[in-house]
Design a protein around this ligand. Sequence first.
Ligand SMILES: [Zn+2]
Length: 284
Amino acid sequence: MIADAARQVGGDLVEVRALMGPGVDPHAYRQTRSDIVAMTRADLVLWHGLYLEAQMEDFFHQLAKRRTVVAVAEALPKELLHGHDDYADKYDPHVWMTPVLWQHVVSEVQRALTELRPEAVETFAANAAAHLADLDRLATYASENMARVPETARVLVTAHDAFGYFGAEYGVEVLGIQGISTESEAGLNRISTLVELLVDRGISAVFVESSVSDRNMRALIEGAAAAGHTVQIGGELYSDAMGPDGTYEGTYLGMIDHNVTVIAGALGADVPARGMDGKLSAGF
Ligand SMILES: [Zn+2]
């Protein structure tokens, strides 16, 4: 997602390399030897921060002594952030889940690029303004379509707690099997609690994530079935990684368009089959 922001703002003036590709879980990712080479040679290293890349924090702090390294999500005003369930002194890092929060990150990418190449200030400003306008449009699309979800269906059950900001923005209760980090194990207790909740409240759709194993989700669905309640997979969401490279879903706009369209559609809203601009590959 950060690479996409850098490409949008940098345009032709920058060469961007993403180290974590589609389907990669950033909570668990560790830098490889070739990542280290790429980062020590780069003019600018952008990472997310807010303890998302938990296994790479120390590396980034060391690298920052020698290279220009910016944790782009740490520029967000703290009053916009949610707390972290597992650590009292940390925040929920999943700020890309709403276009409105992500706009702060795009602006921070613009700031970092401009600081590095002040002569390109106007190009970066124009590129950023165009992308921010697209994000405005996406924010409106998300609000309008999520508003069509019936009141009783406003529950989003996912593999891990990546959708807290999404839920707060669009008025949906979010229940993850795993916590805010995928590093925490989901206990059997958590699964049986959620099974009871699915049955009691008649929730019929749950969602898998492209960067997290669906093992827990299958246990949840089987548990509900054993209790006589049928639950379906509402779709696969892009939680912590975008879709395949070279596709619309492999861009930030496409990722969120996909998530919004799949979630709103599966929870009972009447949504445009191919998303905001008719570009989604799998229609809902
Ligand atoms: Zn996550």
